[in-house]
Design a protein around this ligand. Structure first.
Ligand code: FMN
Length: 218
């Protein structure tokens, strides 16, 4: 498919990005209509309070991947509120900075069901009871490095809380992919926000975390 006609094909929702939105990241972001932010009603498989887990002596991990910084900023907002450890998932071979190049590479990785090698190690993985998984929506789901990571790190019955930045596709099919990768985990309600709106998302982040039972920090 040529770059000029490229669309992000989603199985459930066809998200068609206009030619001028695809050519460059700036054009892409410019073309995005400002929509209502952020919290969507993802299926909650367990009503267990993530905070109750931490209060019981268990630790929170905020594990995120970010290519251009939006998800990193969102992870920082969550960390400011929840505390715990924040770790960036990095690949052995970094993704290209060029927007078109990374879009092509990510699409190829997804089509070939690739497992890019990851450089991040979490030696104390077993200590965490609650794991936030943060990512940019790439072609409808998590970037493939999360598939590598989650196949290597058994989530067991930890609480898993997805959060995602995107430019229209919201969480896409990431939650169903997460359920397949972590079948015994307690999936709690996720959060999504457009990448271009992260800087004004703190209120929505707080409301979401309130709903999960994380107390406000002073
Ligand atoms: C490789 C790639 C694929 C993307 N696929 C989608 C998509 O399918 N749907 C969507 O809404 N946004 C898509 N986007 C936009 C990103 O999800 C969005 O810009 C996100 O906020 C980037 O987060 P980051 O700054 O943490 O990397 C894609 C971006 C890239 C680079």
């Amino acid at each position: 498919m040529s770059k000029t006609s490229r669309i992000f094909l989603q199985p459930h929702t066809a998200v068609v990005h206009q030619e001028n939105m695809i050519r460059s990241r700036r054009g892409f972001l410019k073309g995005i209509a400002l929509g209502a932010a952020a919290v969507i009603a993802a299926p909650v498989l367990s009503r267990a309070s993530a905070y109750a887990a931490e209060a019981g002596g268990n630790k929170v991990l905020i594990l995120y991947f970010s290519h251009s910084g939006n998800t990193r900023r969102l992870a920082g907002q969550i960390h400011g509120r929840v505390g715990g450890d924040m770790v960036e998932l990095k690949t052995v071979v970094p993704y290209p900075q060029d927007y078109d190049a990374v879009v092509d590479m990510a699409q190829k990785e997804q089509q070939s069901n690739a497992r890019p090698q990851i450089a991040t190690e979490i030696p104390n993985w077993d200590e965490y009871h609650t794991v936030f998984i943060g990512f940019p929506n790439w072609w409808g789901t998590m970037p493939m490095p999360f598939f590598t990571f989650l196949e290597k790190h058994n989530m067991g019955d930890k609480n898993v809380i997805p959060f995602c930045t995107h430019e229209g596709s919201r969480l896409g099919r990431s939650e169903s992919d997460l359920r397949k990768l972590c079948p015994q985990a307690h999936m709690l309600k996720g959060f999504e926000v457009r990448g271009s709106r992260v800087s004004s998302a703190q209120k929505d982040v707080d409301a979401w975390l309130d709903g999960l039972g994380f107390p406000a920090r002073n």
